[in-house]
Ligand binder design. Structure first.
Ligand code: BGC
Length: 751
């Protein structure tokens, strides 16, 4: 059953050729590209490969000096193919007019922007959305973002981030789909579909960008931009699958990454960009570098100067240069001196033009620049309804001792404590560039709408100083003013809702943490409040898994509410008061302590899995091996039971696993049934568990549903360290349940 690499390669190539030939629209586009490229000078071609940041607003006069002037001049002489951070239909039009009217060929620009979780209407941070395991809702959320972004003149988002990460210290875990490649791939594809739709030229779709290729999520010690050093088995089985899935679903662009892989920076990495992405997977869109990642190859010690950067990056297959100024300065000379072949340039330009044609920019370069449409669509009520739906579905109930939750409408004397409760900015999370500051519904506002019994005490201030993209968020560690008021209020209340966690700007790019606790004085406040009132409901706001073993042990109810975007307060209130029954499941393992990191459910067994009486097994002497909360975990206000596991392995290409799930409680709820397998003996060792299927569905009280999963070769096989995909016969364990640690188990033999 082994499939040799050559075969996979040739299938990929045949498929690409077939698809290209089949689609007459594509054929038409290829012809148009041919004609256009025949007219282009080498310099104009290189211009298409150059992207600048557009930080100025061209509704005023043209810039007269410095960097802005250079960019403006380059725009006018056809040396720019794309800009990022140009936003607003009017601004976009003004800049587009420059190239359309003033350059020789009038090739329109493609405007890119980081539309990460919403444009004006902000949806939950991607990690939170991943906790919903709800692919339809995630697709809808991306569509909302695309609709608003497209109406603001944007053609292309630098999302979704497809980096799998097992390290909660890494601030960018908030941007991704979590730790698992299977779930990550499904979510990534849902986002690509949401952004791109079926027709890239439609006014509510934009090109997506699978980023960061590759292995950026494996930065050592969770420190952003740090060295990556992983084996090829991890590369093929954990890092690549979401990207491969995105390419299979026609993602139009891919961004490379800041890190090195096997000593080679991703931007100059031919193996990643040419061999894997373009050749092996048949990717026919274009690759954009990450911001300045080209010139960072000098700091990495891989290129001696910008000229070498241009040569290495272009030859390795990085098609467009974001803000390194390397291509525009040197590519023409490099081609003329014979150092870079013109074919390399032609290939890159063809890819870029292809996406521009698909977006319809040659039919109408201003099709995304309609100010009336912009007015109508920003913050549209339908978008906020979708954001609320997504936010409710992203919440994970971690603990609910004695059914403290949900609160009833007649609950008396509810105290709300914590600076994050009234904050209207932090819930928007990191990476929400186009949103209005302080535009979220705060948790306090959401709760006040539900009950007149709410009294609020802020407690100590959380953040010291200003929270901007430039300043690092500084957490108050000394000022206890507000403690007393909070404790007094808790004493006089029946139940206390404490909103604690991280500020929205404590995660995201460049925001790695060495600790994973509740920052600042929050733990101390929590213990002080708990000292006077045990009925504490802890609502966590955070952009990454946190370690809070004390709270987990002592606080009766804990709700993981991440940063949920514009509708945060309404979503949290609806869950706390039971209007929505929580259904989220963790997309990343929550550690007990930072020393356990990286911690992930799909680890290997090792040769000494233990436990044994002697100390010589894989464990810590001062910490448990188990996480605080495992991958896939999340409670509901009702209970689900699993029964009747059946496995039919008669057809080795389609093993059927079925199970019956019953709602045993007295309220309607949604469950995510998860299927895990373990390939017991393999020529390259397999993890103790791997997610290979899931389904989310809702059940009324006492209702049952039979769920059937299919395990095909895609799910049963794996990649060998050389990239060869194999399916090996033998024994497999199967587990189906409501998390990665509980459920029914069985096994089968694959013939
Ligand atoms: C980030 C990318 C982002 C780019 C443009 C970089 O610093 O790594 O993810 O798309 O900036 O804003």
């Amino acid at each position: 059953m082994k499939k040799p690499l050559v075969k996979i390669l040739s299938i990929a190539i045949v498929c690409t050729l077939f698809n290209t030939q089949m689609n007459s629209q594509n054929k038409d586009i290829e012809k148009k590209i041919d004609s256009l490229m025949n007219l282009m000078t080498l310099e104009e071609k290189v211009g298409q490969m150059n992207q600048y940041n557009g930080f100025w607003n061209l509704t005023g006069p043209a810039p007269e000096e410095g960097n802005a002037k250079l960019k403006y001049d380059h725009l006018r002489s056809g040396l720019v193919g794309s800009m990022l951070n140009v936003r607003g239909a009017e601004n976009a039009r003004k800049i587009q007019e420059i190239v359309v009217n003033e350059t020789r060929l009038g090739i329109p620009l493609i405007f890119g922007y980081d539309v990460i979780h919403g444009q004006k209407t902000i949806t939950p941070i991607p990690l939170a959305e991943a906790a919903s395991w709800d692919l339809k809702a995630i697709e809808m959320s991306a569509r909302v973002a695309a609709t608003e972004a497209a109406a603001e003149g944007i053609h292309w988002t630098f999302a979704p981030m497809m980096d799998i990460s097992r390290d909660a210290r890494w601030g960018r875990v908030m941007e991704g789909g979590g730790e698992d490649p299977y779930l990550g791939a499904k979510i990534g594809v849902a986002r690509v579909k949401g952004f791109q739709g079926d027709d890239l030229s439609a006014p509510n779709t934009i090109a997506a960008c699978a980023k960061h290729f590759a292995a950026y999520g494996f930065a050592e010690s969770g420190k952003d931009y740090n060295t990556v050093d992983i084996g090829t088995s991890t590369l093929y089985n954990i890092v690549f699958p979401p990207f491969k899935a995105a390419v299979d679903h026609n993602v139009r662009t891919v961004m490379n990454s800041f890190n090195i892989l096997n000593g080679i920076p991703a931007t100059g990495n031919k193996f990643l960009q040419r061999d894997v992405l373009k050749e092996m997977w048949g990717f026919d869109g274009f690759i954009i570098s990450d911001w300045g990642s080209g010139k960072e190859m000098i700091d990495h010690g891989f290129a001696k100067d910008l000229k070498e950067v241009a040569r290495l990056a272009a030859n390795a297959g990085s098609d467009m240069d974001m803000e390194s100024y390397a291509y525009v300065a040197h590519l023409k000379d490099l081609v003329e001196s014979g150092t870079v072949s013109e074919k390399v340039i032609d290939q890159a330009v063809r890819r870029i033009l292809r996406v521009k044609f698909e977006l319809g920019l040659f039919d109408d370069p201003y099709r995304y620049c309609d100010t009336v449409r912009e007015q109508e669509l920003m913050n549209h009520p339908d978008h906020h309804a979708a954001a609320l739906d997504m936010a409710r579905k992203s919440i994970v109930l971690l603990k609910n001792e004695g059914n403290l939750l949900p609160l009833t409408k007649d609950q008396k004397k509810i105290a709300v404590i914590g600076a994050l409760a009234s904050d209207k900015n932090s819930p928007l999370g990191s990476w929400r560039l186009a949103s209005e500051d302080n535009s979220a519904v705060s948790v306090l506002e959401g709760l006040q709408r539900y009950s007149s019994e709410i009294t609020y005490a802020r407690g100590p201030e959380l953040v010291v100083g200003e929270t901007t993209f430039i300043n690092e968020v500084r957490i108050n560690e000394t000022d206890r003013s507000g403690f007393q008021e909070a404790v007094q209020l808790a004493k006089n209340s029946e139940v206390v809702i404490m909103v604690l966690g991280e500020h929205g700007f404590q995660s995201g790019e460049g925001r790695s943490r060495a600790e994973l606790d509740l920052p600042g004085l929050q733990q101390e406040l929590l213990e002080a409040v708990h000292g006077v009132n045990k009925n504490v409901i802890l609502v966590l706001n955070n952009g990454r898994p946190l370690a809070f073993p004390w709270a987990s042990e002592n606080i009766p109810a804990i709700l993981e509410a991440w940063q949920l975007g514009s509708q945060t307060g309404h979503a949290v209130a609806q869950v706390l008061f039971g209007e929505y029954n929580p259904s989220g499941k963790l997309p990343m393992t929550f550690p007990r302590s930072v020393g356990q990191v990286p911690i992930y459910y799909n680890h290997f067994n090792t040769g000494r899995p233990g436990p044994i009486e002697l100390v010589f097994w894989t464990h810590y002497i001062d910490e448990n091996n188990a996480p605080l909360y495992p991958f896939g975990y999340g409670l509901s206000y009702t209970e689900f039971s699993y029964s009747d596991l059946k496995i039919d392995a008669a057809n080795p290409k389609d093993v059927k696993v079925s199970v019956t799930v019953t709602n045993k409680g007295d309220r309607m709820g949604e469950e995510v049934a998860q299927l895990y397998i373990r390939d017991k003996v393999a020529s390259n060792v397999r993890p103790v568990k791997e997610l290979k299927g899931f389904e989310k569905f809702s059940l009324k009280p006492n209702e049952s549903k039979k769920i059937t999963f299919s395990l095909t070769e895609n799910e049963l096989g794996f990649y060998m360290p050389d990239g060869d995909f194999v399916v090996e016969p033998g024994e497999f364990d199967v587990m189906v349940g409501g998390s990665s640690v509980e459920g029914l188990s069985g096994s089968f033999v694959l013939k």
